[in-house]
Design a protein around this ligand. Structure first.
Ligand SMILES: CC(C)(COP(=O)(O)OP(=O)(O)OC[C@H]1O[C@@H](n2cnc3c(N)ncnc32)[C@H](O)[C@@H]1OP(=O)(O)O)[C@@H](O)C(=O)NCCC(=O)NCCS
Length: 145
């Protein structure tokens, strides 16, 4: 039995998100902007039985055709427990239920095989090129997901 619970869009403290982000090497996640993220994205939250936030995945969409997974983070001390899988499977199911045509994401090189387990493949296989235009990032950092 999993000793964590997965919920969607349940209340979460900004500090919990920042702590989890720090634990997976996302120092650019600043507390000032986290509330805007929480207001704009569907947030999948995994909590251990003691209430500790150990997983976050966020989903944004146009509400009709396409959705994008932004952050998929699992606390390092909880890797390998199936939390990332549970969040991805729930996210994919929700997107399917909403009739979206595709779910996209940017993957860290070391996470590409993780996503491959859920059917994600390079966009070039579909004849597309992934493009990004970097914008000012006052807090620094290189990660986009
Ligand atoms: C990638 C990450 C989300 C995986 O979360 P997790 O909870 O440890 O993954 P799970 O335990 O659910 O693993 C599910 C399956 O994927 C496999 N897997 C996990 N991480 C993997 C990786 N980096 N590469 C390939 N396979 C991986 C597991 O072995 C497991 O396989 P199984 O179902 O056959 O047993 C987690 O390692 C993480 O948060 N990393 C740091 C942040 C990050 O890189 N996020 C992705 C950004 S693009």
């Amino acid at each position: 039995m999993p000793d964590y619970a997965l919920t969607v869009n349940e209340p979460v403290e900004v500090e919990e998100i920042v702590r989890l982000a720090r634990s997976v090497g996302r120092p650019w996640v600043d507390p000032e902007r986290v509330p805007r993220m929480l207001a704009s994205a569907d947030c999948y939250l995994a909590r251990r039985d003691d209430g500790r936030l150990v997983g976050l995945a966020t989903l944004v969409s146009d509400g009709a055709f396409m959705a994008y997974a932004q952050h998929v983070w699992v606390s390092p001390d909880c890797h390998g427990l199936g939390i990332g899988r549970a969040m991805m499977e729930r996210m994919i199911r929700d997107c399917e239920n909403k009739g979206y045509l595709g779910l996209g994401l940017f993957a860290d090189p070391e996470a590409v095989d993780f996503y491959g387990r859920f059917g994600f493949e390079p966009v070039k296989n579909k004849g597309y090129q992934a493009l990004i235009r970097d914008l000012a990032r006052p807090t620094g950092g290189q990660d986009h997901e």
